[in-house]
Design a protein around this ligand. Structure first.
Ligand SMILES: NC(=O)c1ccc[n+]([C@@H]2O[C@H](COP(=O)([O-])OP(=O)(O)OC[C@H]3O[C@@H](n4cnc5c(N)ncnc54)[C@H](O)[C@@H]3O)[C@@H](O)[C@H]2O)c1
Length: 330
């Protein structure tokens, strides 16, 4: 990943900073001498893990707090140059079982955060982690930013609202916000305990434990994947660009792969393993989005962002990490 000296000595707040993407971002920023504060609630079912910042305890201020705390957030945004807003409930299935928790975190709290910035720190630059989930089942492929939004689950609806609050606060109040619609992201520090964050997590755990990978559906669903360093690089580039104010960008990859081929690739990289294709569990089928891959030409043209790491190299690097540290993630 390239260096970002512009962030040296800058004050940075990362919500969800003990999670998968947030901790990778926090480490990169601390490495260039930024003053990083992370806010994370460490709710056990979510992706936060103190081990994600192991070795950085003296360089990153870790604040165990909940973004649902309006007054806490009003305090924390003050004096910050940048906010990377990544805290979220990420499980699609959990959002169907507990829709109000998802509403509070992914929707209502986003308004707290934006109101706090508007009142106490209107000069802050904000990057919001949105998701391809808000497109729902694609009407056409590849999906560009103009595709109609018709999410298939409660999480998608709340993330859509969270995203649009950010854009609204740019349009109406001139806050410097932008949103990146992430596709499937993987890499070191992802949650592998279960499939709450992504099915790839549990595939990695199963491979390492010598258990069979389950591919749900017919295995022919096509997806695109980004290695986490490519995603954090996009976030940093978006934060630095004036052009990104009020903008929404898809992330994506030129490599598209169906799930069966992905399982085979992972087994090849790992050197052994088995997979089976089984029907969707009943609760998953209605919220599945089928094939998805992004058209990410907007961010490529505007910010000159491109993903660098091939899927095979990214999977190898990810597996290496978990060979060493899997016990910290079980
Ligand atoms: N990983 C992906 O493939 C992916 C894809 C699309 C979008 N995203 C978005 O990127 C963001 C980061 O995702 P991630 O993959 O790193 O997931 P993650 O679960 O590892 O990180 C989210 C973090 O937010 C924290 N959090 C949740 N609720 C909180 C609350 N109420 N207060 C404070 N902290 C809270 C969690 O503890 C966790 O550490 C999320 O907003 C997610 O919707 C991720």
């Amino acid at each position: 990943m390239r260096d970002f000296p512009d962030f040296t000595n800058k004050s940075i707040l990362i919500t969800g900073g003990l999670g998968f993407i947030g901790s990778n971002l926090a480490r990169s920023l601390a490495d260039v001498g930024a003053r990083v504060t992370v806010v994370d609630s460490l709710i056990p079912e979510y992706g936060g893990n103190l081990f994600n910042l192991r070795g950085y305890e003296n360089r990153v201020r870790i604040n165990i707090a909940d973004i649902r705390d309006e007054f806490g957030m009003a305090y924390l945004v003050q004096g910050q140059d940048y906010l990377f807003n990544l805290a979220g409930q990420t499980s699609h299935l959990d959002s169907m079982k507990n829709p109000f928790v998802d509403l509070d975190i992914n929707c209502r709290s986003q308004l707290f955060i934006l109101e706090a910035c508007r009142k106490h720190n209107p000069a802050i630059r904000i990057v919001y982690a949105s998701t391809r989930q808000i497109y729902g089942r694609p009407d056409f492929l590849p999906v560009h930013e103009g595709h109609v939004l018709h999410p298939t689950d409660v999480n998608g609806i709340n993330k859509m609202a969270g995203e649009w609050y950010h854009i609204l606060y740019s349009n109406v109040y001139g806050l410097r916000t932008c949103a990146l619609r992430l596709t499937n992201t993987y890499g070191p520090r992802m949650r592998v305990k279960d499939a709450r964050q992504t099915f790839l997590g549990i595939w990695i755990k199963n491979l390492i434990k010598g258990e069979r990978i389950e591919v749900w559906g017919d295995g022919l669903q096509v997806r695109d994947f980004n290695f986490v360093d490519d995603v954090t690089e996009a976030m940093l580039m978006a934060a630095l660009s004036k052009q990104s104010n009020g903008q929404i960008y898809n992330l994506g990859s030129p490599e598209r792969v169906n799930l069966k081929d992905l399982a085979e690739l992972m087994i090849k990289v790992h050197g052994k393993g088995e997979y089976e294709v089984i029907p969707f569990p009943e609760d998953r089928r209605p919220i599945d989005i089928g094939d998805y891959y992004a058209d990410y030409s907007k961010i490529r043209t505007a910010l000159n962002w491109n993903p660098h790491l091939s899927l095979e190299a990214g999977l190898a690097g990810t597996l290496q990490y978990y060979y060493q540290f899997i016990r910290e993630y079980l």
